[in-house]
Design a protein around this ligand. Sequence first.
Ligand code: ZN
Length: 363
Amino acid sequence: MTLTEALRTLVEAEAAALGAVAAAADAAALDAAERDWLGKRSPAVVVTEAIKGLAPDERPQAGQAVGAYRGRIGDAVAARRTELADRSPGAGAGIDLTLGGHGRRRGHLHLVTQIRRELEDIFVGLGYRVAEGPEVEDDWHNFEALNIPPAHPARSMQDTIYVALGADGPEDPGAGTEHIAEHIAEHMMLRTHTSPVQIRTMETQAPPIYVVAPGRTYRNETLDARHSPAFHQMECLAVDRGLTMADLFGTIEAFARRLFDDDSVRTRFRSDFFPYTEPSAELAVSCVFCRGDGCRVCSHTGWIELGGCGMVDPNVFRAVGIDPEEWQGFAFGFGLERIAMIRYGINEIRTFFDNDLRFLEQY
Ligand SMILES: [Zn+2]
């Protein structure tokens, strides 16, 4: 057998062998094909025997051709064996069309968004409308119209993040307070509370007004367990004729009972100060977890502080052109994260902003 004959034998044998393997209808037929084309009497063995008779420089090529033939036929046999095994009944590896799928993971709303929507629903049920305003505010809406003039001490309680506009950026901190106050008055900031939405609403609508303003607010805080540079508030504003603190208290009580789904919730108001309300009060509700006995959620006081409230200061009405002799109003506000923390016993505000799915997926 010459080298050329040996190579041609293998080429022809390979074609026939692949055909036989593909045609094998069951394991027995496949075993027979394997014996015929790779076994002791197969062309592979015949050519291997013939290599001895070839010239020494031809032997490597013939040997490699035999190896390649064995490799390809061996692979084809193995592939066909797997195919036949998959097809046989009870093999377990087949396709079961009755099996369920792997499912598709669906996301859901962030806990703060859920709380916001729930509160909006409560207030809409009480006859309120949802109002919105920009997160980047000017000094007039965030401070001045709310009875917080430049250099008012209340400003330092709200550590504000100012926004530089174009080339006319914030001044050098050492430039002197007078200069800074003048500069701040014409500058923009990330709103420190949702109260500017009260101003924007009263500027564009005539009373009676009943709105809630939910949204994101910002302060210059470092993110830790209790503080966050971004957080959410909801503000409630009512302006009508003849409104009194009784209306404010009644509204808050109705809201708190819906919020905690508990008609036994009581409210507590303690004198406080806010520049934009007069009189002002700190707002607390009786602890829904221990019913006043004291527990971890209420720090063993029996009361949970929710936020602040009060009657709209006449100066605020004057700033937006509403006659305080004719119209009265009340307002209250609270933090949405705080509501969620109370309701679900969450200890750290930063968990709302970490975006750790192991936390978020629980709610
Ligand atoms: Zn308690």
